[in-house]
Design a protein. Structure first.
Length: 226
C-alpha cells in the first residue's frame, strides 16, 4: 500500500511544480490573463507635462509641476444679418384745407329820383332802381316770399347793419323788418321796399300799379297812387 501512495504524491508534486512554473512565466512576460477579465473603455488621453525643478535651483529642492491640458472647446459664433429696407422716396400727402369765404356784408342806401312819367319824386336804391311796396302787407307782415320774391326782389341789408339815407331822405323813417328766412329787409315809413325784375334800367317804373297792389313810394312816406 505504501508504493501506490508514494507514486500519487510524486504526481501531485510534479503538477504543482508545473503550475508554479507557468504562473512565473506569465508574470515575467507581462501578459495578463484573459479568462474571467473585463476590459473597461479607456478615458480620452490627456496631455500631461511634467517639469522637473532641476538640481541647480538655489535653495529649492528638486520640485516638479504637472500641467493638465483640458480638451479644447470650440465656440462657433453665428452672425445673423438683418436687412432693413429704407424707402428711397417719401410720398408727401397734401391736404387741401378750404377756408370758408366770409359772407359779404351788404348795406343798402336809399336815394331820391325824380320821375317825369309819374310826375313825382320816388325812392330808389343805390343803383337808381325804383322801389315799390306790396299793399297787402298791411300789418307789417312780410307776404312776398318764394316765387314772389324772385319777381320782386326785396331790398336787404346784412345783419348788424342799418340802411343808409341819401340826400333828402329822412333817415328816421328808415328801418328793417325780419323776413321768414331770417334776412333783414329795408323799410321806409313802415313800408317794406322791393324792386321789380321787369325794370331794365334806372328810372323804369314798369311795376307801378302792377295788379293794383304794387306802388312806388314817395319821400314823404306815401304811396304813388293814380
Amino acid at each position: 500500500m505504501r508504493k501506490p501512495i508514494a507514486v500519487l504524491a510524486a504526481f501531485v508534486l510534479v503538477g504543482l511544480g508545473l503550475g508554479l512554473s507557468s504562473a512565473f512565466l506569465l508574470t515575467g512576460s507581462g501578459a495578463a490573463p484573459t479568462a474571467g477579465m473585463y476590459t473597461y473603455p479607456k478615458p480620452p488621453p490627456q496631455k500631461t507635462t511634467t517639469r522637473d525643478g532641476g538640481g541647480g535651483g538655489g535653495g529649492g529642492g528638486g520640485g516638479s509641476s504637472t500641467t493638465t491640458e483640458e480638451p479644447e472647446t470650440t465656440t462657433v459664433a453665428t452672425t445673423v444679418e438683418t436687412t432693413t429696407t429704407v424707402p428711397t422716396s417719401t410720398e408727401l400727402t397734401t391736404t387741401l384745407v378750404s377756408t370758408p369765404t366770409p359772407a359779404l356784408r351788404v348795406s343798402a342806401r336809399v336815394r331820391l329820383r325824380s320821375n317825369p312819367k309819374l310826375h313825382a319824386t320816388l325812392l330808389v336804391d343805390q343803383g337808381g332802381m325804383t322801389l315799390y311796396h306790396f299793399t297787402r302787407e298791411r300789418t307789417r307782415r312780410v307776404l312776398c316770399v318764394g316765387g314772389c320774391a324772385s319777381v320782386w326782389p326785396p331790398l336787404l341789408v346784412s345783419q348788424g347793419l342799418r340802411p343808409l339815407a341819401g340826400l333828402g331822405i329822412n333817415r328816421l323813417k328808415l328801418g328793417t323788418i325780419r323776413r321768414p328766412d331770417g334776412k333783414l329787409q329795408v323799410t321806409y315809413a313802415g313800408f317794406a321796399l322791393y324792386r321789380f325784375s321787369g325794370d331794365a334800367k334806372p328810372g323804369d317804373t314798369k311795376g307801378q300799379g302792377f295788379g293794383k297792389v304794387w306802388f312806388a313810394v314817395r319821400p314823404s312816406g306815401l304811396l304813388v297812387r293814380p
